[in-house]
Design a binder for this molecule. Structure first.
Ligand SMILES: [Zn+2]
Length: 298
């Protein structure tokens, strides 16, 4: 039987009906409004279209109480301690409901059907308003003690560096999150207004834009070399808005990986762009409640 998938973010909400191998059968999305839950419920009913479903999987921005599914998304002031799992249980009674961090769903989605398809192990990482990540080891998502395994955004890459939302200094997120990169470039006179325009300016040769994207790329590559050594990883899939900045970001990123990942088991680390676009979160949310890809259906 199919399952329902939900992907809730600060700018959009998406829902899908997925078959039992994770293929999206029907999906829909709307901008996030003042009452996100009524949008979620309406979207889910729309894609479900009366079909019987086996389970519901949902990804949402953190932080959250996991696995309870009570969420406080940083970029959704409308939800402060919203019990998403209970709301989904009321909407679709009698079936398993799982809620996880949206970056974990991204990693699961890219592993099941995207750039990490067939890989045994990977880190999936999103560089966007924040920097998040999720970890798949031995073909399965690793939750960690509190559901936070893979939180690569708070690996410190510049000790004493920019202040992070978590209270520390020099976290990867503080250095490489899109709004921070744009703000630093603007403070140096670059006219960029967002990550997209920063990337366009860098491609056109703007030195400040190139310099700030290079700093972000080096920070990402440095963190990933450390993660690869710690976890014996050979693959990282990178998505999110700023990951589309092209060579001005990816060149320094790969250079940092080359110079930092030098052990026999890390030097072949592959860092690749995500392949699923905005569907990754939905595919991953469905994967939360499906058997791991490649294993027989339960
Ligand atoms: Zn931090």
């Amino acid at each position: 039987m199919p399952v329902l998938a939900l992907d809730v973010g600060g700018t959009k909400i998406a829902a899908a009906l997925a078959d039992d191998d994770g293929t999206l059968l029907r999906s829909a999305r709307v901008p996030t409004g003042a009452d996100p839950w009524s949008d979620c419920a309406a979207l889910l009913e729309h894609v479900r279209d009366g079909a019987a479903v086996d389970a519901v999987g949902a990804g949402c921005g953190g932080p959250m109480a996991w696995p309870a599914g009570v969420v406080w998304p940083l970029n959704m002031p409308q939800w402060r301690g919203f019990d998403l799992r209970a709301a989904l249980r009321d909407l679709v009674p009698g079936v398993p409901v799982a809620v996880h961090n949206d970056a974990v769903c991204f990693a699961l989605g890219e592993h099941r059907a995207g750039a990490g398809r067939g890989a045994r192990d990977l880190l999936g990482m999103v560089i966007s308003t924040g920097v998040g990540g999720g970890l798949v080891l031995d073909g399965r998502v690793r939750d960690g003690r509190t559901g936070s395994a893979g939180h690569v955004g708070h690996v410190v890459v510049e000790p004493g560096g920019p202040e992070c939302g978590c209270g520390a200094r020099g976290c990867l997120e503080a250095v490489a999150r899109g709004p921070a990169v744009v703000a630093r470039a603007r403070a140096r006179g670059c006219p960029a207004t967002d990550g997209r325009s920063l990337a366009a300016l860098a491609a056109a040769g703007d030195e400040v834009a190139r310099d700030e994207l290079a700093r972000a790329g080096r920070a990402v590559g440095t963190a990933l070399a450390g993660v690869a050594a710690l976890l014996d990883l050979d693959l990282v899939v990178v998505g999110g808005g700023l990951s589309q900045a092209g060579p001005p970001l990816w060149g320094p990123l790969r250079e940092a990986v080359r110079s930092c990942a030098r052990l026999p088991f890390t030097r072949d680390l592959r860092v690749v762009p995500a392949a699923l676009g905005q569907d990754a979160g939905l595919v991953g949310a469905a994967a939360l409640v499906l058997p791991p890809s490649g294993s027989p259906a339960a």
